[in-house]
Design a protein around this ligand. Structure first.
Ligand code: ARG
Length: 571
């Protein structure tokens, strides 16, 4: 970590606010073979008018010589912005990045900023489709990034359990005489089957359709206690089952919400607010609509029941009261862009303190992610398929055959999940994406398997030398410069970790971090080839190389965790 060095720079330049995260290690192509380590700050357009003043004030500073050797300012020229180069004390640089043992980081804290991330949010009794998978995976990484960077975070899952389909569900449970035991063991599938059956029955028989509507009204009104309790039970079971699947994906939530929890009384309050603000209008058919720009978006149906938007408004206002967030992100597919526009416009008109705090983190579609039988209805099916494909691949491979690890089932599961996760995360999120098992599973391609494989190689190397006390060895810059250039390549990659984590968060794009990790793996593999440890006779050289690989493993491990992967030691 270069956190101490960054701190030393920022402390000397308080007038620049916090440039901590704007300090960057240049890209490889900008570094010459003989380069000394650098952190550079490119002046953003916002301060361009004060360029001379800023550069002058930087030049006149005395920086802490333990970390900073020299400062060079480069004024803007043509299209290239001005920048400041901080030439770092190389041993301090190497030490901060490579020292084994407890690392103390002194990065800035954003604990006063509370970021709420709503993601996953499937609907019960409907398939957990690939869009929900993408939301789950992306939302989790964003929450991890914020948390890692010192923000306060809350992870929310807003489960859809409301609307007329819920009446059908209740009807299906009655028709199929679903037992509590069935519900307990496989709630998601049981509810789904009940829904499908009731849907079919109600299409053929209007009396049943009517019955479904009555059941929903009773539920919404909360008049039937037995039924209310029963549904509460079902919600519990559903959360239990979801939690188990999320666990395989490395995902956890701080809280689960249900659409149904935004009850009549809260919605009534919202409607009153909208009406007072002159934003609500009744239509002649009994519906109530909010006026958003040119659009009239219904919030209440003609039979008086609430719509999606009404519940989202109530939910958002309540979250604002209870969580007092500084930012609220909704990780939901592109298809709901209109809905979120309407939501944000409505609530900011009611309360302008919400301006600039709300964001719809959109993403495109994934095609082709299904089981080989051609169907993937539930998330669990996709993950089970990933495990199966991985198992087959491993049983056909000669090397893994003798090398079977103890817990093969778990290894297959982790590898399968890693393949799916990374394949989804390496795409820019707005782009539609064609999923292919073949591509996702390659060891040599840019895949989750590559990340796991590199981590395992590093682990096994370090494990062979665990008798060497790495924490007692002092990293040496001089040693690194005498090695083939692959050693410095790895060191510079390690130094870039923080900036890519930051950029990934800024752009809300996991692919920034994923691509960085591929680069780190490639640099590490080249170094593993060119800097052998076992065959090396010189003890000093051996231990310096181990330090480098130890740090590479530590950084890769951290990065993989941020993506939601469980780094394996053996595969
Ligand atoms: N606050 C929200 N509306 N979040 C998104 C919910 C997504 C919804 N359950 C669906 O699957 O379509």
């Amino acid at each position: 970590m270069t956190s101490r060095i960054r701190r030393a720079i920022c402390e000397q330049l308080p007038q620049l606010e916090n440039i901590y995260h704007a300090l960057e290690v240049p890209a490889k192509k900008q570094l010459s073979a003989a380069s000394r380590p650098l952190l550079q700050w490119t002046l953003p357009a916002t301060v361009a008018q004060h360029e001379n003043e800023l550069l002058e004030s930087v030049k006149s500073q005395q920086f802490d010589a333990t970390y900073i050797e020299q400062v060079r300012v480069v004024p803007s020229a043509g299209r290239t912005a001005a920048k400041v180069e901080f030439q770092l004390q190389p041993d301090a640089f190497a030490t901060h990045l490579l020292q084994a043992g407890e690392a103390t980081t002194v990065s800035p804290s954003y604990a006063d900023k509370h970021v709420v991330i709503e993601f996953s949010s499937p609907n019960i009794a409907k398939p957990f489709h690939v869009g929900h998978l993408r939301s789950t995976i992306i939302g989790n990484v964003l929450a991890n990034l914020y948390q890692h960077l010192g923000y306060r975070t809350t992870r929310l899952n807003y489960l859809g359990d409301w609307g007329t389909q819920f009446g059908l569900l209740a009807l299906g449970v009655q028709l199929k005489q679903v037992s509590d035991a069935e519900m307990r063991t496989a709630p998601i599938e049981t509810l789904y089957n009940a829904y499908v059956e009731a849907n079919k029955a109600a299409t053929e028989n209007p009396a049943l359709a009517q019955r479904a509507r009555e059941l929903f009204s009773a539920l919404e009104a909360g008049t039937d206690d037995a039924m209310t309790t029963q549904w509460q039970q079902y919600r519990h079971y559903t959360i239990d089952e979801l939690t188990a699947v999320y666990e395989r994906l490395g995902v956890q939530f701080d809280s689960y919400e249900w659409e149904s929890q935004y009850s009549q009384s809260e919605i009534t309050e919202v409607l009153t607010k909208l009406r007072t603000a002159g934003m609500l209008q009744g239509e002649h058919d009994g519906r109530e609509v909010v006026i958003v720009g040119q659009r009239r978006v219904p919030v209440i149906k003609s039979d008086g029941s609430t719509l999606y938007l009404a519940r989202d408004i109530a939910a958002l206002l309540k979250r604002q009261r209870q969580l007092q967030f500084s930012r609220m992100l909704y990780v939901v597919d592109n298809g709901q862009a209109d809905h979120f526009n309407a939501l944000f416009q409505t609530v900011t008109a009611l309360d302008n303190s919400l301006n600039n705090k709300l964001q719809h983190v959109k993403f495109g579609r994934i095609h082709g992610m299904s089981t080989r039988q051609g169907k993937a209805i539930f998330l669990r099916d996709v993950l089970d398929e990933a495990r199966e494909v991985m198992r087959e691949k491993r049983s056909n491979s000669a090397t893994t055959k003798e090398n079977r690890s103890m817990n093969d089932e778990l290894v297959c599961d982790v590898l399968g999940v890693s393949a799916v996760l990374v394949n989804v995360l390496k795409q820019r999120r707005q782009r539609d994406h064609e999923f292919s098992w073949d591509q996702a599973l390659q060891v040599n391609g840019d895949t989750g398997i590559k990340l796991q494989y590199t981590h395992c190689r590093l682990h096994s190397l370090l494990d062979n030398f665990k008798h060497i006390q790495l924490a007692e060895i002092k990293p040496s810059w001089q040693h690194l410069t005498q090695e083939p250039s692959d050693a410095l390549d790895v060191l510079y990659e390690l130094a870039r970790f923080e900036q890519f984590v930051w950029q990934s968060k800024e752009q809300l794009e996991a692919c920034v971090l994923v691509n960085y990790l591929f680069g780190l793996c490639n640099a590490t593999s080249r170094a593993l080839k060119r800097l052998p440890v076992k065959q090396e006779r010189c003890l000093e050289k051996q231990s310096q190389r181990l330090l480098l690989f130890h740090a590479a493993k530590r950084t890769l491990h951290r990065g993989m965790q941020l993506l939601g992967l469980k780094p394996l030691n053996q595969m």
